[in-house]
Write a protein that binds this ligand. Structure first.
Ligand SMILES: Nc1ncnc2c1ncn2[C@@H]1O[C@H](COP(=O)(O)OP(=O)(O)OP(=O)(O)O)[C@@H](O)[C@H]1O
Ligand SMILES: [Mg+2]
Length: 448
């Protein structure tokens, strides 16, 4: 079969060669006719199939095909490693540069062991003569070639795969937004949310927290983001509520930024003090988009926060400094699926901060810092503030010494705080015992 195709190929090549030599001597109408039929002939004998995807087909509001865009994005991830000529394309929505294959550059791809080839081609169409303007127009398209044998695999799963991957890369590269509920005007209409670009550097790597706890949260988020089918199956809205609680400066807001960066979600910062009633709250939630983290900081209000935002893929994060004061109905699991305590800085968290701020993994003063942290309640925010170099003269050692000094100064306060808490607890128990005694005496009287 290969030999036969080889012979046909060689024959066709010879014909094309002869045709090229005599092309100039053949009348134009005849040459167009010959070219058309020669192409048909090649296609008839070729064991390969070609599919084209045009750039403009009127499919979207600006006429640009979404399929073409997804293919282009998908191929940009392949082209960087395989094609030798690139073209840098500025992605308008993400403001980032994307390397894309140059025109007529062939990019091979392999799917389930099957090889396919992509090439970006262009047809130049002569524009109609408009008097002063006689520009020609270029129509670009991607051409996908593969062996006939794999028609079903390619038309079925491969194209689907390209679309999915392409769209996922677009989501990853997009410029994310931080929304706040300050109404703003968009043309004639008022929009409930206004936004700025979301650019927060926090990641789980730089978050000061025990690694085991971090890992657990990351796994939880990942599982959520991949659970579309699961939520559909159980008939629940694809959302998950987190409650972050702990004293000021323990990293609740930092954690929210790390979560959004980890998932590549937008952030909606919902300021409840300006929301008048439940109806307004519902409307705000309805207008949030998918793939977002809705943040409600310092919850201590009477609004109904248990409503379900419409659609899917939303994380709702509540924060509070006083978990003990929250209405139990609000924090019931199911509404806030996961409770995360953000605590004072321990040694493991300190090591993350030392890496972030001083770029060190170890130091001879670490042992002293560790034992002082064990007996002192200092927030990661305060630890960060103390180890941050304040001038060019301050070296690593002096930064760590600043922290040690601050810890020594704070240490008695922890002892005082603990003594106060212990006294409060004892007082409560005493009162409870006294109350029990009174109740017991009362019921004896009634019975007797
Ligand atoms: N766990 C942490 N990991 C890394 N940096 C932290 C952490 N906690 C605090 N910080 C640092 O301290 C600053 C303040 O922390 P953050 O705003 O996240 O605290 P918070 O718990 O949200 O406080 P509040 O209750 O006052 O809102 C942050 O900008 C960050 O630099
Ligand atoms: Mg905060």
């Amino acid at each position: 079969m290969a030999l036969l195709w080889g012979n046909i190929g060689a024959g066709m090549a010879s014909l094309m060669f002869i045709y090229t030599i005599f092309k100039d001597h053949i009348p134009r109408s005849l040459s167009t006719y010959l070219e058309k039929y020669a192409k048909k002939l090649v296609r008839f004998f070729s064991p390969y199939i070609e599919i084209t995807f045009h750039e403009f087909n009127g499919e979207s509001y600006n006429g640009r095909s979404e399929v073409f865009t997804a293919i282009q994005t998908y191929l940009s991830t392949k082209a960087s490693s395989r094609a030798s000529r690139f073209k840098a394309v500025l992605m308008m929505k993400s403001k980032s540069l994307m390397l894309s294959m140059d025109d007529y550059e062939e990019v091979p791809d392999v799917f389930n062991g099957v090889k396919v080839w992509w090439v970006l081609e262009a047809k130049v169409l002569q524009a109609r003569n408009r008097g002063y303007n006689q520009d020609s127009m270029e129509k670009r398209y991607f051409k996908l070639s593969f062996h006939k044998r794999y028609r079903e695999l390619i038309a079925g799963s491969y194209i689907d795969h390209v679309m999915k991957e392409g769209k996922a890369v677009t989501v990853k590269n997009r410029q994310r937004k931080l929304y706040s509920n300050n109404p703003c005007k968009d043309g004639y209409y008022w929009k409930a949310w206004s936004h700025v670009f979301f650019e927060h550097p926090a990641t789980f790597d730089t978050l000061a927290m025990e690694s085991k706890k971090k890992e657990e949260i990351m796994n939880d988020l990942k599982k959520f983001s991949e659970a579309k089918e699961y939520y559909a199956k159980i008939g629940k809205a694809w959302k998950r509520g987190y409650l972050l609680y702990g004293p000021p400066g323990t990293g609740k807001s930092t954690m929210i930024a790390a979560m959004a960066n980890f998932l590549n979600y937008d952030v909606y910062d919902l300021e409840l003090t300006t929301v008048k009633n439940n109806r307004e709250l519902r409307n705000l939630l309805i207008e949030t988009s998918s793939k977002s983290v809705i943040v409600i900081e310092d919850i201590d209000c009477s609004l109904d926060l248990t409503g379900q935002p419409s659609g899917g893929e939303r994380i709702i994060v509540f924060t509070t400094n006083h978990v003990e004061k929250l209405d139990p109905a609000l924090i019931r699991r199911g509404r806030m699926d996961k409770h995360i305590e953000m605590s004072y800085c321990g040694f493991e968290s300190f090591k993350v901060l030392a890496k972030n701020y001083l770029d060190i993994d170890s130091h001879e003063l670490f042992a002293e810092v560790g034992s002082l942290l064990a007996e002192t309640n200092m927030t990661p925010a305060d630890v960060a503030e103390n180890i941050m170099p304040k001038s060019d003269e301050e070296d690593t050692e002096s930064c760590l010494k600043n922290l040690i000094e601050a810890l020594i100064e704070k240490a008695p306060k922890k002892a005082e705080e603990e003594a106060r808490l212990k006294a409060e607890k004892e007082e409560k128990e005493k009162k409870k015992c006294a109350q029990d005694d009174t109740n017991a005496a009362g019921s004896m009287k009634e019975n007797g």
